[in-house]
Design a protein around this ligand. Sequence first.
Ligand SMILES: N[C@@H](CCC(=O)N[C@@H](CS)C(=O)NCC(=O)O)C(=O)O
Length: 202
Amino acid sequence: MKLHHNPASPYVRKVRILLAETGQTDQVALAPVAGHPTDPGTMPVGINPLGKVPTLERDEGPALYDSRVICRYLDDRAGGRLYPAAPRLWETLTLEATADGIMDAALLMIYEGRSRPEDKRDAAWVEAQWTKVARALDVLEARWLPFLKGPFDIGQAALVCALGYLDFRHGARDWRTGHPEVSAWYDAALSRDSVRATMPEG
Ligand SMILES: N[C@@H](CCC(=O)N[C@@H](CS)C(=O)NCC(=O)O)C(=O)O
């Protein structure tokens, strides 16, 4: 299999963490690509009409895309390790959606800077995206700690990627302030091999 990837992408990182956690890293070759909405560059538009990464080319069957689909597929292939049974599953998937939403907002902030000339950038829109991130962090701090203390799952993998991306691209905003418990959880997660082997680059 071939994973179209970019080493800065938090969504690709989620897939790579799942591969490591399920012992499948050596079964997927990484194909580096680059691009963004206004310049698709080398993104795999021929097999993913959305022109996004991650996109997974399989040996059989059409390509899969969106990190949630790819992760679910690869986990199923490994016998199911990072998706607990219901009812805990619903919390896992909601945590994943929250973490993905943080990534979406954080990435849109970067695209605003990359895709528009300086005089066309909308500072209020960028701040509105950060408000989503801040609200999500507040909810994680207030409600999710008991869940985060449970077994490592796809929701936790996604959260590692989201928080790592905030450090990587928005370090000056200092997401840790006001979120000491989530911050401590993240620091502990950094000791996992799968997390250390996939730190964002670029
Ligand atoms: N919901 C998608 C989001 C993927 C995504 O937005 N990836 C970014 C890279 S971090 C991308 O490919 N951007 C190119 C574009 O939007 O044109 C997923 O979970 O896979």
